[in-house]
Design a protein around this ligand. Structure first.
Ligand SMILES: [Zn+2]
Length: 75
């Protein structure tokens, strides 16, 4: 069973403050992949990340972000 990841008015993915970026409720295990529509499967996310995440599992989404970060030039 998926667990609620985070709360406290921060995005579960980027830790951004939801009052700054707008908030959305995200299904940790997407409904399209059999995730249940219950409180324990919901988490807070900012709107930009919620739109970008789509249907992958959180672990898959984080791997995708890590892959993108590897291709960024060093600052
Ligand atoms: Zn976010």
């Amino acid at each position: 069973m998926a667990k609620k990841i985070l709360s406290a008015n921060t995005c579960a993915y980027c830790l951004g403050h939801l009052e700054l970026f707008g908030s959305a409720v995200d299904h940790v295990a997407p409904l399209s992949r059999g995730g249940p529509h219950i409180l324990q499967n919901l988490t807070d996310a900012c709107e930009p990340y919620n739109r970008a995440k789509g249907d992958p599992l959180v672990s898959e989404f984080r791997e995708r972000l890590t892959g993108v970060a590897r291709h960024l030039p060093p600052s």
